[in-house]
Write a protein that binds this ligand. Structure first.
Ligand SMILES: [Fe+2]
Length: 576
């Protein structure tokens, strides 16, 4: 069966994923093609075209178009909860009751139109809506490869109405146990504080997480933002997750937090520094988020964790690597699987896998993210020739050996190899690399290339053989979705990828998926004694990750980086 999953229902992170007989053949985010971060308010047209073309599938042969957004019945508690909790914005409350599936219908109509543009034959293809949180849950559970009963956690801003999902997977089926509904959203609260701290919501959350270790989480008690109640949390919408007239506004622009938050904590942060009191607010909201998620996890899924120790986690909240570290540390947890595209882009994969599983197809563990476009060496050469006169290039006989030597000498290197990653992390296909023992390399990449905030951490790719020594655990970590405490003996050896709190958000690199990247880390290990690389995404601040060779060359030309390895070609700046 050919299933095309499409995301983009919530107005951000559209993506496409193609499943053929249960196998993920291709997946990509729209932002990479349109060169606009999060590709807001778009549908994944170019991503879908790529997936079909890559697989050589005629759009007319697609059996199912799966979409992660579904109608919610008026009999569901979701719409009533929403209406009751939004009494202060009566237009919203009434709308949820009398016209609560308007967004679904609009989405469906847009996807039907997109299908026509793609060449899909709606006489043959079936449009299947999947509840947003079931799509997130499916993207984690069905791709975890866990055979035992598995706890499933979904923490997300908001789908149709649900914000948080508790369930379990068994024998290939997902069972829903409990949900929280809008506005009671812990991810929403985190997003509101992200805005308050001067970052963009649905983008800057990981910056808040990066800032948190610099602050004291106990200096301010933010618990009033989201109080525990029986089976869930109640978010105080006077402070956060605020809509309508209660919103805080500046120059006519409304924020997702209320005026009361500013009265309480002071003016929102507007500069680029990690300074007081904002670092403490970042630390406090991070702690509150972790504590509430862990309390709810114990409440709803504790029994399952004690039974089998398996947990699958998705939704934007699953990209909170510090929370994930605490989940892994829970006494009964044997393994946490975080689907690498845990945010909304991954719901394309989630909707597709949900339909596949429902129709009896077997799905196996997702072992890598190299699901996007690849380019031949000749295509790279054509892009080089078209790039204008400011670059020089030569073909490398020994790509791995020469790149390893550059890295060992202390140079950062842009690295473009094979199929682009699906999901927000660069994992060795579109990366900027450096040797993490080279003093100052993180600052150099920050200042000269990424132009990003100085206090944000860089992350390591660690060769599988030495990962237990470096991270003190053999827990799987292929996707940079969990932080680990770096062992004391390694902290001094790779200081440039250890965060202020002694942790690292590591990728453990295994052989077979990106062979050149694996060999490169091995070779660096031979040259330097440490088979670890600093690995950050190949893009400039505010831009999506590079997709094509011409994207890479435009990015390379516009920064101070000296070396780009573009498939077999070493690209440098031509002498003036
Ligand atoms: Fe979502």
């Amino acid at each position: 069966m050919i299933i095309l999953g499409l995301s983009g229902a919530l107005g951000h992170d559209p993506s496409a994923a193609l499943l053929i007989d249960g196998e993920i053949v291709a997946a990509a985010e729209e932002e990479r093609f349109v060169r606009e971060k999060h590709a807001k308010n778009r549908l994944p047209e170019q991503a879908a075209r790529f997936c079909l073309a890559h697989a050589g599938v005629d759009a007319r042969r697609v059996d199912v178009v799966a979409f992660p957004y579904a109608p919610i019945a008026l009999t569901s508690p979701a719409r009533w909860h929403y209406a009751r909790r939004h009494w202060y914005a009566p237009d919203r409350a009434i709308d949820a009751l009398v016209n609560g599936n308007r967004r679904y219908r609009r989405n469906r109509d847009r996807v039907m139109d997109l299908g026509v543009r793609l060449g899909i034959d709606w006489g043959h293809s079936q449009f299947v809506p999947v509840e947003h949180h079931l799509a997130h849950a499916s993207s984690a559970y069905h791709l975890s490869g866990f055979a035992e009963k598995t706890a499933i956690l979904g923490v997300d801003g908001k789908g149709e109405y649900a914000t948080t999902f508790f369930g379990y997977g068994e024998h290939g089926h997902i069972h829903k146990l409990h949900e929280l509904y809008d506005p009671d959203s812990l991810s929403g609260m985190y997003g509101a504080l992200t805005e308050y701290l001067g970052f963009e919501m649905l983008d800057g959350e990981y910056k808040v997480m990066g800032m948190a270790p610099y602050g004291d989480p106990d200096k301010f008690d933010l618990s009033r933002l989201a109080g525990m109640n029986g089976a869930g949390v109640t978010v105080d919408t006077r402070y956060v997750n605020t809509v309508g007239l209660r919103r805080y506004k500046e120059d006519g622009v409304g924020f997702f937090f209320g005026r009361k938050l500013v009265e309480w904590l002071g003016p929102r942060r507007t500069n680029d520094a990690a300074d007081e009191p904002y670092v403490h607010y970042a630390a406090a909201v991070q702690k509150l988020f972790e504590d509430r998620c862990l309390a709810l996890l114990e409440l709803h899924l504790g029994d399952i964790l004690r039974e089998t120790g398996r947990i699958a986690f998705a939704g934007g909240g699953a990209l909170n690597v510090k929370l994930n570290q605490r989940i892994v540390a829970l006494p009964h947890v044997k393994e946490l699987f975080v689907q690498p595209a845990a945010g909304d882009s991954g719901t394309a994969l989630g909707a597709a896998t949900f339909v596949a599983a429902a129709r009896g197809e077997r799905l196996s563990r997702m072992r890598h993210v190299y699901l996007g476009p690849a380019y031949t060496s000749d295509e790279c050469l054509a892009a080089l020739r078209a790039s204008g006169g400011s670059l020089a290039w030569r073909k490398l006989d020994d790509v791995v050996g020469e790149t390893a030597r550059l890295l060992a000498e202390g140079h950062p290197v842009a690295w473009f190899q094979g199929r682009m990653e699906f999901g927000p992390r660069a994992l060795g296909a579109r990366s900027i690399l450096g040797c993490p023992h080279v003093h100052g390399i993180a600052d150099r990449i920050n200042a000269e290339i990424k132009y990003r905030e100085r206090w944000r951490p860089f992350c390591p790719s660690v060769l599988d053989r030495i990962a237990p020594d470096v991270l003190g655990t053999s827990h799987p970590a292929p996707f940079m979705t969990i932080t680990f405490d770096v062992t004391p003996e390694w902290r001094d050896r790779i200081p440039e990828v250890v965060h202020a709190d002694g942790t690292a958000r590591a990728q453990v690199v295994e052989p077979g998926h990106q062979p050149r990247y694996y060999e490169l880390i091995e070779r660096v290990g031979e040259l330097t004694g440490a088979a670890v690389l600093l690995n950050t995404s190949l893009n400039r601040r505010g831009e999506p990750m590079v997709c094509s060779p011409s994207d890479a060359l435009a990015m390379f030309s516009g920064c101070d980086l000296g070396h780009l390895v573009l498939e077999d070609w070493l690209v440098t700046k031509a002498a003036a």
